[in-house]
Design a protein around this ligand. Structure first.
Ligand SMILES: Nc1nc2c(c(=O)[nH]1)N[C@H]1C(S)=C(S)[C@@H](COP(=O)(O)OP(=O)(O)OC[C@H]3O[C@@H](n4cnc5c(=O)[nH]c(N)nc54)[C@H](O)[C@@H]3O)O[C@H]1N2
Ligand SMILES: Nc1nc2c(c(=O)[nH]1)N[C@H]1C(S)=C(S)[C@@H](COP(=O)(O)OP(=O)(O)OC[C@H]3O[C@@H](n4cnc5c(=O)[nH]c(N)nc54)[C@H](O)[C@@H]3O)O[C@H]1N2
Ligand code: SF4
Ligand SMILES: [Mo]
Length: 668
């Protein structure tokens, strides 16, 4: 007999698609899109079509494991949960007694985006007084750039774009990373809109664009301000909108006119002055431009200022005042929920030290008083995804580091563990999902029972709390009770009683930002000038790699068939992805005597990695592109692209700078 369960895609993707899971005899036999989901409307990306093969993969971890070989060798024996929990609690207690709580480092990110499973370890580690992790690997600089101009103004609904006549994908490979936004952009295009891609190379989204504008990596602030210059000079800014809704236009205008003439911008961006002028005129001529700003331009030493400059440009165009116009960085569903009763900051004995997840290598090597002696990883694969891989791997291989990893698969991180704990997939546990790309939220119940002895993040957290002798009532709550708590504490102006009832029935519910001032900034207007910022006006700042000596800027963008290091358990997706590739344009390849398909080594001061070379027209001179972060087991040189990325941080938000590095390439 086949039953059908509703669920939600748990991955770190703006789409948070609705799923229908066909279940037979406790197995998920097919996963497809839920036509009733208001945003994804029944379609899934190629990764999630086939999620049943991830869930029932022969490589799933099904039992706790204890290390038998040397660190990182991947030799383990099976253990019971009881033994594993006793072992972990015993070691933690000894370390806490000798060195204090800060010797413990939890490391987690977005394996699951569910509010419960994503935050499941927080209360436990707060209670233990552990070192705190700054969860800043993704796009904190993007958020900082938005809020410098827009404060807490909610992002627009992505559906607005359907009425736009000019869609700009600005550093956003929507076809790969937000498929259902790409579909809306295509729908707008069918209705007559023009689509422009502003990126560092012709990525998969070039296929849905009318124009592709290639800008030098890290130079978008100069481009945005150059466009502002042309708008100001030619009287094309939306003066009426600016006079009514913004502060600081005279100041921004003066700066743009003085410093960002197309000729000056050309030197920084690599775009001809005429191209900057043409783009400005196209934007100004549109009735309702919609700018979708991706995370790409924010992952640089100047990332926050770059996003701030593009968000300021959107205001100068007056996009917010028009039907179909808008500027979407992310949506604002996080404001609907109060996680504090669950994450338990109040359990912290004192404000403990914080470590950036972008500087894990440094933390494991350099921290003292106390050094990090134990690490607990869940929902993340730092051996593959964190920058400066050699430093991370050196740290994880430390014989004196007690490493516990809670995982679905034997990742490169899990391989280094002393104790591996098996994790459920999203079909095996309950959760509450919000989205950062639209406004629908949904509650999911388990579709199938846990495989083997796998346990969810929250269940393991509770079990560890019990093994440590912690008695707070929170640690006795079931997952459903936590979901009830989060829903009960949800802001009523976001989640009404009627919405709540629909959520309980498993439906996806589209929330609306509560009524409030149009611009949620201190001045009540859009802040082109913001004196509370370290710099009152947007400007172009150099990126870190501008000072590096090597010739190629390395863009390490997301891949189509993987999501960060996830989905590599699936041979058919690996085959489609075609291996770990480095893309160069024909001129850069020829200059080095390199040919398509050959093995190459990319190198810089941080490290080196081996790739297969792909020679592609869409990659401009001075740029190299590597899509995706491979499992090291599938990497020809046992290092992936993150052996080439650095631990340097963004200008604001202490974010990652994954795209802000230079390399050179030689035959491998
Ligand atoms: N298939 C797939 N989907 C994913 C992911 C994945 O890895 N694969 N990752 C998920 C995650 S964690 C996130 S955060 C989201 C969003 O993931 P993001 O990383 O925010 O992805 P995009 O918004 O597509 O932005 C990447 C694009 O920015 C471009 N870019 C890089 N530097 C610059 C620059 O200086 N200027 C300009 N104009 N463009 C630049 C890159 O070339 C690339 O095309 O996607 C999620 N979805
Ligand atoms: N070079 C380069 N590096 C990057 C990026 C890039 O663009 N370029 N992108 C960066 C970005 S934007 C991000 S957000 C980070 C993401 O980094 P991570 O959040 O570490 O993402 P994943 O690689 O998907 O790893 C998630 C892991 O969680 C596991 N998992 C899934 N569900 C569960 C669960 O319910 N419980 C437990 N315990 N485990 C689970 C999965 O098996 C997987 O191994 O990577 C960053 N790294
Ligand atoms: S598009 Fe994103 S949210 Fe939708 S199924 Fe694919 S990974 Fe999941
Ligand atoms: Mo991310």
């Amino acid at each position: 007999m086949t039953t059908i369960a509703r669920s939600v895609c748990p991955f770190d993707c703006p789409d948070s698609c609705g799923l229908l899971v066909e279940v037979e005899g406790g197995r998920a036999v097919k996963v497809r899109g839920d036509p009733a989901h208001p945003y994804s409307q029944g379609t899934l990306c190629p990764k999630m079509n086939g999620y049943d093969r991830t869930v029932h993969s022969p490589d799933r971890l099904l039992h706790p494991l204890v290390r038998t070989g040397r660190k990182g060798a991947g030799e383990f024996r099976r253990a019971s949960w009881e033994e594993a929990l006793r072992l972990v609690a015993g070691r933690w207690k000894a370390i806490l007694a000798e060195s204090g709580g800060e010797a413990l480092l939890p490391y987690s990110y977005a394996g699951s985006m569910g509010l419960v499973q994503r935050n499941a370890g927080m209360a436990l580690f707060h209670r233990l007084g552990a070192t705190r992790l700054e969860r800043t690997i993704c796009t904190p600089a993007q958020g900082a750039g938005w809020s410098a101009v827009m404060g807490r103004t909610p992002g627009p609904s992505p559906d607005v774009v359907l009425d736009s006549d000019l869609v700009v994908l600005w550093g956003c490979n929507a076809v790969a990373t937000s498929l259902h936004f790409a579909r809306r952009a295509q729908e707008a295009r069918r209705r007559g809109a023009r689509v422009i891609l502003v990126d560092t190379y012709a990525n998969h989204s070039a296929a849905i664009a009318d124009d592709v504008v290639l800008v030098r990596p890290g130079a978008d602030a100069a481009l945005a301000l150059g466009i502002v210059h042309v708008l100001a000079r030619e009287g094309l800014a939306d003066e009426r909108f600016l006079a009514a809704e913004a502060v600081g236009w005279p100041e921004l205008r003066a700066r743009a006119l003085a410093e960002y003439a197309p000729e000056a911008v050309s030197r920084v961006t690599g775009l001809a002055p005429a191209a900057v002028e043409a783009l400005a005129r196209t934007l100004a001529a549109a009735r309702a431009p919609f700018l979708r700003i991706g995370g790409g331009p924010s992952r640089y030493g100047n990332g926050a200022m770059t996003i701030r400059s593009v968000v300021a440009l959107a205001a100068v165009l007056g996009v917010h005042g028009r039907k179909g116009g808008g500027c979407l960085v992310s949506t604002s569903t996080s404001a609907a929920f109060d996680l504090a009763p669950f994450t338990g900051e109040d359990l912290l004995p004192r404000p403990t030290r914080q470590v950036s997840m972008n500087q894990l290598g440094r933390a494991l090597a350099e921290l003292s008083d106390p050094p990090i002696r134990a690490m607990y990883v869940w929902g993340s694969n730092p051996a593959a995804v964190a920058p400066d891989q050699n430093a991370v791997l050196r740290g994880l291989a430390r014989e004196d580091l007690f490493l516990v990893v809670h995982e679905r698969f034997m990742t490169d991180t899990a391989r280094h563990a002393d104790v591996v704990l098996p994790a459920t997939t999203s079909l095996e546990h309950a959760d509450l999902y919000r989205s950062y790309g639209h406004y629908a939220v949904q509650r999911a119940r388990p579709a199938i029972p846990p495989l083997g002895e796998a346990r969810s993040n929250w269940d393991v957290s509770r079990a560890l709390a019990a093994a440590m002798g912690l008695e707070e009532p929170l640690f006795r709550m079931s997952t459903d009770e936590v979901i009830e708590l989060l829903l009960a504490r949800a802001a009523p102006e976001w989640v009404s009683a009627a919405a709540r009832a629909r959520l309980d029935s498993g439906e996806a519910v589209t929330l609306a930002p509560p009524p409030g001032p149009r611009w949620r900034t201190p001045s009540g207007r859009i802040e082109l000038l913001n004196r509370a910022e370290p710099e009152p006006l947007p400007r172009y700042l150099p990126a870190h790699a501008d000072g590096d000596p090597l010739p190629l800027r390395l863009v390490t963008a997301p891949a189509l068939y993987t999501l960060n290091s996830s989905f590599q358990e699936r041979p058919e997706l690996r085959e489609k992805a075609g291996g770990m590739a480095l893309q160069l344009g024909p001129a850069e390849a020829a200059r080095r005597g390199l040919a398509d398909g050959q093995r190459v080594v990319a190198w810089n001061a941080v490290g080196e990695a081996t790739f297969v070379l792909r020679v592609r027209e869409g990659v401009p001179p001075g740029v190299a592109v590597a899509e995706g972060v491979s499992w090291l087991a599938h990497a020809p040189g046992e290092r992936n692209v993150n052996a080439l990325t650095s631990q340097r941080l963004t200008d604001q938000g202490r974010g990652s700078t994954f795209y802000d590095n230079r390399i050179d390439v030689r035959a491998g």
